[in-house]
Every structure is written in C-alpha cells, then in structure tokens.
Design a binder for this molecule. Structure first.
Ligand SMILES: C[S@@+](CC[C@H](N)C(=O)[O-])C[C@H]1O[C@@H](n2cnc3c(N)ncnc32)[C@H](O)[C@@H]1O
Length: 348
C-alpha cells in the first residue's frame, strides 16, 4: 500500500555515498558532501510514496530495476530544472543580432541550402528551445523558406512532458519582451501557451548527456546551447560531454554555455570568440573530430575583441598583429571580410 505520511528518514553517510556515486556514474550529476541534506530530502519524499523505510532498499530498487522506471523517477528528483524564457538577454542578443545573421549569410553565400540545426541540450521545461524558435522567426520572418530543426532534450521525463505541453505561468516570462509575449503566446486562463508556429520548430526527446553512444548520434549542428547544465557535473564528465558537443557541431558552428560558465580546464578544442554582447565558443572551419586524447588545462585562445562583429574583429586583429591568433588562414579571413562587407551593404 502507498503511504503518504513523511517517515522522517535519515540518510547515512554510507548510503549517501552509494547514491552519489551511482547518480554520478549514470548521469554525470555530482553531489558534494554538503548536498547530503538535499539528496535526503528529495529521495525521502519518493520513498514515503513507495512505503520504503530504508535508503538501502530504495538504492537497490533503483539500481536493479531493469525497466528504468525508478531510475527515471530518480532523475526527476535529483535534477535542478530552473529556467525561463529569454534567460540571460545579452547572450540571446548576441545570438540574435550577431552570430545568427552571420551564419544565415554564410549559408546563403555558400548555396548549401537554407537549413539550420540547433541543439538545446538540457532543455528543462522548454523555455530555452522555444525562445530560440521565437528568435529564429524574428530574424528570418514567420513566412521564411528555411528548414529549421531545434532538437531539445533532457534526462528528466517530467520536464519533457511540461515542455511538450507548452503552457506556462507568468513567472516563466519574467524576462521576455512584451512584444514577444503578444506575438508568440496565447492566453488560456492563467496560462501562457506557445503558438503553434513556434511549437512545430522544436522536437523533444529523452537523452542522457552522459550516454556517449546517444551523444554520437547528434551530428551536423550549427549551434549547441547547453546553458546552466554542466554546473552540476564533475570535471571528468564535463570533458566527455564537451567533446561530444564539439563532434556534434559542424565546422563553423557555435557552442553557447551559461554566461557564468567556462571551458577553462575542460577543453581547448574551441576558440573563444568575443562578440559585442557576449562570448561564444567556436568550432573552426576545417577542424577535425575530437578524439579521446587527454585534455590540457590551458585556457582557450581569444580570437578578437570588441569590434562591430566577430568577423570584422577577426580580420582587423589579424591585420594589426600580422599574426594569425585564431589559426584562421588568410583565405578564410579574406572570405570573412567579404561576408562582413556584404552584411554591411545589406544593412544600408
Ligand atoms: C538548470 S536547467 C537549465 C535549462 C536551460 N538550459 C536554461 O539554461 O534555462 C538544467 C537541466 O539539465 C538537465 N540535465 C541534468 N543532467 C542531465 C543529463 N545527464 N542529461 C540531460 N539533461 C540533463 C536537468 O534535468 C535540467 O532540466
């Protein structure tokens, strides 16, 4: 029989270590010792529901449940799902006003087809991928002829369910510009529902970022957004996952991590590009796949600072210093300069 009263269960250090190591191995999420109370609190609620009186019993239930039902439940409990629409506006302004227009222009010039593939990794309840969808419609127009794919996933089934439902409280829109609220949401009672033209751009699926095999299936991305996810991981898992992002991006693609996060000591494969509104990690054109060689702790090389666009910055930096700080070839710089000129002429 299910119980509803709280049993005041206490998590021993030994059981905490068993859960901590299991959760870390399976998901990459790491709980330091000062988070023992948090694990105890979140797990004991579930144990009360199951009528279990010992953390050891619950541990074995999770570990040996071949259906993964209880493991998925555990993931719902131990993940932190805080998010909102238009979270960290400067970073999104960087995407909307600087990086996305460059990629669009590059694709038009290259004539490789009007296709954009974006990955929101650790998407929580959907605010991030829907925000990206809204930005794409703002930039390309609602009646564009682009093939847009926003792939969004998370380890928690609960948040994916909410994401697909796409109905939000006012709180989720706290940093969303009013004209965006009016354009891309409809009201249903207290809820703000995402409009169909945005919803249809986003495909949700369950994915554990610690699963190398599944990560390897994510390919040819123009952008990866993994904001405020890796802060919960150990450095070893961060290194593995960032390598996965690198390989999932096409050369010339960009990685956005949380504005307070850094790849320092995690990866030196990306180039850190300074845009006017923020920093973005760049996978250089012509870059090869990352292999399993050990990482060094060297900081990523900054490409260029504070010019009107990153491409202008790359070009002027190279001209001034007469050395190629980014490793970008003269021919590539020349191409970038041409794109920059073209962009300037389209703005006139
Ligand atoms: C704090 S939210 C960030 C949401 C969104 N990216 C943002 O910045 O607003 C972190 C999300 O990462 C997910 N997550 C944690 N570990 C994961 C893993 N191993 N695989 C996939 N998602 C994971 C959590 O379930 C949670 O929804």
């Amino acid at each position: 029989m299910l119980q509803t009263e709280n049993l005041n269960l206490e998590l021993s250090v030994e059981d905490f270590v068993a859960f901590r190591d299991f959760i870390h191995e399976k998901s990459g999420i790491f709980f330091a010792e000062n988070k023992k109370y948090l694990v105890e609190n979140r797990l004991s609620k579930r144990m009360t529901t199951l009528g279990l009186k010992s953390f050891r019993d619950y541990f074995y239930q999770v570990k040996y449940d071949t259906s993964l039902k209880e493991f998925n439940m555990l993931m719902n409990l131990v993940t932190t799902n805080e998010t909102s629409f238009y979270r960290n506006p400067p970073q999104l302004a960087c995407f909307q006003q600087e990086v996305l227009p460059l990629i669009i222009e590059q694709k038009k010039q290259a004539g490789h087809g009007k296709r954009l593939k974006i990955w929101s990794a650790g998407c929580s309840t959907g605010e991030e991928p829907y925000t990206l969808g809204m930005i794409l419609l703002e930039v390309l127009g609602e009646r564009n002829d682009w093939n847009i794919e926003i792939i969004a996933n998370d380890i928690s089934e609960n948040v994916l369910y909410s994401a697909r439902t796409a109905a939000y409280s006012e709180m989720s829109l706290r940093t969303t510009p009013l004209h965006i609220v009016n354009k891309y949401f409809t009201r249903e009672g207290e809820k703000y529902c995402v409009t169909d033209n945005v919803k249809r751009l986003v495909k949700y699926s369950h994915l554990n970022l610690a699963d190398r095999r599944k990560m390897a299936l994510m390919t040819d991305m123009d952008f990866v957004f993994c904001r405020n996810v890796m802060i919960y991981f150990s450095d070893d898992i961060k290194k593995q996952i960032v390598k996965g992002y690198y390989n999932s991006l096409r050369p010339g693609g960009y990685l956005y991590i949380g504005h307070a996060e850094s790849l320092h000591g995690i990866s030196k494969a990306f180039k850190l590009v300074y845009f006017k509104n923020g920093l973005v990690y760049f996978k250089e054109t012509g870059a090869a796949a990352e292999t399993d060689t050990p990482e060094t702790t060297a900081a990523p090389v900054a490409v260029a600072v504070g010019a009107k666009s990153a491409f202008a910055a790359v070009a002027s930096s190279a001209a001034q210093s007469a050395r190629d700080v980014s490793g970008t070839s003269a021919a590539t710089l020349d191409k970038l300069r041409k794109i920059q000129e073209l962009l300037a002429s389209t703005r006139k």
